[in-house]
Design a protein around this ligand. Structure first.
Ligand SMILES: CC(C)(COP(=O)(O)OP(=O)(O)OC[C@H]1O[C@@H](n2cnc3c(N)ncnc32)[C@H](O)[C@@H]1OP(=O)(O)O)[C@@H](O)C(=O)NCCC(=O)NCCS
Length: 249
């Protein structure tokens, strides 16, 4: 039986050795030539009210989440979420986010927001369809040029707004769909590549064309007052509607 088939345990990181393990995990997940968040910085941010938590199997760190307070009371910015490649698809990313939600609610934090690459379907599905975040803010080339798994493409990012109260969060906790079939059918669709990571490795020209197409379609939809409220993972697409109840007001 592999280590990853044992039930993982999630808790806040403690001690510098665990923060250094979180550095190693970042190198493994994002690639050795991407910049990582240093362990000492994560430790101090945790000490000042941030969240740095890990999923462990025995002593081995197999996933982690890192977030910090913002200037707005009750709002947290979530900077990193990662699960080691061999432990993906087992519900651990979801468990780390639910741990984060409970941690925040205990501290009266009702909104968590983070950026993610709009072209990464697993992230979009987790953030929008499973957790119930919405997105209404688009940043072109937010981080500038990046290395690792993000090398070779503009670092466009969507801002996900995850309200920890209200109907969508209740659906997240219950594991029910964010949209009814009728809402999904009526939504404005923006098609997504099924596997942007592979496309980027195989054909950087095609990946850039997809980046620009999705950028323009999302920006046009946001300008028209639409908000991303769903993701269709089977026929990959964003689903947009007029609801803005999850935004960071
Ligand atoms: C994003 C990431 C953390 C997801 O972790 P994970 O443990 O594999 O995710 P889970 O197994 O908990 O999946 C939760 C939900 O995400 C979605 N999801 C995950 N992988 C998916 C995939 N390959 N395709 C479509 N949806 C996917 C599904 O909605 C899934 O819920 P379901 O199983 O009920 O359908 C992981 O892929 C990762 O570390 N990626 C690299 C780093 C990264 O991109 N971090 C996030 C930055 S925002």
């Amino acid at each position: 039986m592999s280590a990853e088939t044992t039930q993982p345990f999630i808790r806040d990181l403690k001690g510098m050795a665990e923060f250094h393990a979180a550095e190693d995990l970042q190198r493994d997940v994002w690639g050795p030539d991407d910049k990582i968040d240093p362990g000492d910085l994560m430790m101090v941010i945790q000490a000042e009210g941030g969240l740095a938590a890990g999923a462990f199997v025995g002593d081995r760190l197999i996933g982690y989440v890192f977030a910090f307070p913002t200037v707005t009371p009750g709002v947290q910015h979530s900077h990193r979420l990662a699960v080691r490649a061999e432990a993906r698809g087992l519900g651990l990313g979801l468990k780390l986010k639910l741990y984060q939600a409970e941690w925040c609610l205990e501290r009266d934090i009702r909104l968590v927001r983070w950026t993610y690459d709009p072209l990464r379907l697993p992230n979009a599905a987790l953030n929008i369809a499973r957790l119930g975040a919405t997105a209404a803010t688009y940043h072109r080339d937010y981080y500038g040029e990046m290395g690792g798994i993000n090398a070779g493409t503009a670092s466009d990012r969507l801002l996900a707004d995850w309200r920890l109260d209200g109907e969508r969060y209740a659906r997240c906790r219950a594991g029910t769909a964010m949209l009814t079939a009728a809402e999904a059918a009526a939504a404005h669709r923006i098609a997504l590549p099924a596997d942007f990571g592979s496309l980027l490795k195989a054909d950087s020209g095609a990946a850039s064309a997809e980046r620009l197409r999705v950028r323009h379609e999302i920006e046009a939809a946001f300008s028209a007052g639409l908000v991303i409220v769903g993701v269709d993972a089977r026929e990959p697409a964003y689903l947009l509607g007029r609801s803005s109840s999850n935004r960071a007001e």
